[in-house]
Design a protein around this ligand. Structure first.
Ligand SMILES: Nc1ncnc2c1ncn2[C@@H]1O[C@H](COP(=O)(O)OP(=O)(O)O)[C@@H](O)[C@H]1O
Ligand SMILES: [Mg+2]
Length: 196
């Protein structure tokens, strides 16, 4: 990969299980702060719909509820980050890193992270929200079988990821209304910006 120019705006990782409300909260953060929202899942789904050979391989992996190869996600993310760099006020990296190694490589190859937000919700809550979302999302992975596998994948890796960032981590109870969650989330972002 080519060297990365220096990034002088905040980088926030937004983590949480599938259905924990990452996308919902990121939409609100974008409205309030004008940050660049990059969802690794959306970047991958765009690659899939482009119909490229890499996209077809990705479809098969995503349908199995597994993690796609590390370099593919990182390369897509890096391209998107650099593209937005001239105007970005900050980055929300939604759903990445999914495993410890992804976090390490992101910081090595792109930039250090400034804040790690983790939306914490029980498995029951995640499943019921995803089954509700499935009615309209059209996502290949919003079905009961794949949801179980995604939760398993998430549970296997998440603790190892967030344990790496004890000082930057903000754990947010995500079984509340989107408004309450956003109030707490924006408090953490305000703190970050005040010290940036
Ligand atoms: N705080 C919340 N309370 C209830 N439902 C929520 C909440 N946040 C999100 N949802 C719903 O849960 C589903 C998953 O949310 P989404 O933001 O897509 O999660 P993620 O991006 O983490 O997978 C969506 O249907 C969304 O409308
Ligand atoms: Mg999402």
């Amino acid at each position: 990969m080519a060297p990365t120019p220096e990034i002088k705006v905040p980088i926030i990782w937004v983590l949480g299980g599938p259905g924990s409300g990452k996308g919902t909260q990121c939409d609100r953060i974008v409205q309030k702060y004008g940050f660049t929202h990059l969802s690794s899942g959306d970047l991958l789904r765009n690659e899939v719909s482009s119909g490229s050979p890499r996209g077809k391989e990705l479809t098969a992996i995503m349908e199995r509820g597994e993690l796609v190869p590390i370099d593919v996600v990182l390369e897509l993310l890096k391209e998107a980050i650099l593209q937005a760099l001239p105007t970005s006020k900050g980055y929300l990296i939604d759903g990445y890193p999914r495993e410890k190694e992804q976090g390490i490589l992101f910081e090595q190859r792109i930039a250090p992270v400034n804040l790690v937000i983790f939306f914490d919700a029980s498995e029951e809550t995640l499943v019921s929200r995803l089954l509700e979302r499935a009615k309209t999302s059209g996502r290949v992975d919003d079905n009961e079988e794949t949801i179980k596998k995604r939760l398993h994948t998430f549970n296997t890796h998440n603790d190892h990821v967030i344990q790496q960032y004890p000082e930057k981590l903000r754990r947010i109870h995500a079984e509340r209304s989107p408004e309450e969650i956003f109030a707490e989330t924006s408090g953490f972002i305000d703190q970050l910006l005040a010290n940036f």
